[in-house]
Design a protein around this ligand. Structure first.
Ligand SMILES: C[S@@+](CC[C@H](N)C(=O)[O-])C[C@H]1O[C@@H](n2cnc3c(N)ncnc32)[C@H](O)[C@@H]1O
Length: 188
């Protein structure tokens, strides 16, 4: 079983250090979000990325298995009305077929146990031309993050997402970012 980030430590997800080593603005610039899009933030935590993404897109569904994470997210920016928190253990995804444009995993994928089922669920629920953005820790020591043995590196992610192709990859000091697009040869 993968280790889950504890809700008692949730203040760390939005502290000054996090903003310095994993700047949300830079991550979103690489994602190239578009204003009309519907985004799902999987394992959204307290909304480190969900909240700023809501300022740039039509709506954000923020899914997390821990209630306190979502409650904290709601209290951080009450002016944002287009974030919809969903308490859910994923996979499966509690969504209808072809219902959103973007999925985002930031520091989350390594915590998911049923990764193959998750990828199948993304293929089912993403719209045509939909994208998945993955930010996670490399498989080497960094200044923070889970044990190296629990991490999933970019090569393994590309292997896992068989029905997708890579449209962008960045290998940085503390994290990597992958932008994947659904491959229509694998359409269901
Ligand atoms: C390290 S935190 C990252 C939170 C947020 N994405 C961020 O970058 O600040 C991982 C989050 O994923 C959530 N999570 C882990 N496994 C999950 C699962 N199977 N279903 C739903 N949420 C999950 C945890 O509850 C936690 O809030």
């Amino acid at each position: 079983m993968a280790h889950r980030f504890p809700e008692q430590e949730r203040a760390r997800l939005r502290d000054e250090r996090r903003h310095r080593i994993q700047p949300a603005e830079e991550i979103m610039a690489r994602m190239a979000l578009r204003p009309g899009e519907t985004v799902i933030d999987l394992g959204s935590g307290t909304g480190y990325l969900a909240v700023p993404m809501a300022h740039r897109t039509a709506r954000v569904l923020a899914l997390d298995a821990q209630r306190k994470m979502l409650e904290t997210m709601r209290s951080t920016d009450p002016n944002v009305v287009n974030i919809f928190p969903v308490l859910a253990e994923i996979p499966p995804l509690p969504l209808t077929n072809a219902s959103f444009d973007r999925a985002v995993f930031i520091n989350v994928l390594h915590e998911i146990n049923e990764k193959d089922l998750l990828v199948r669920e993304l293929e089912r629920t993403l719209k045509e031309g939909g994208r998945v953005s993955i930010v996670d820790f490399p498989r080497r020591e960094t200044s923070s993050g889970p044990p190296v043995s629990e991490r999933i590196g970019p090569e393994a992610v590309v292997e896992l997402f068989k029905g997708f192709h890579v449209v962008g990859r960045w290998d940085l000091n503390e994290y990597y970012q992958l932008e994947l697009e659904k491959d229509w040869a694998h359409r269901q």
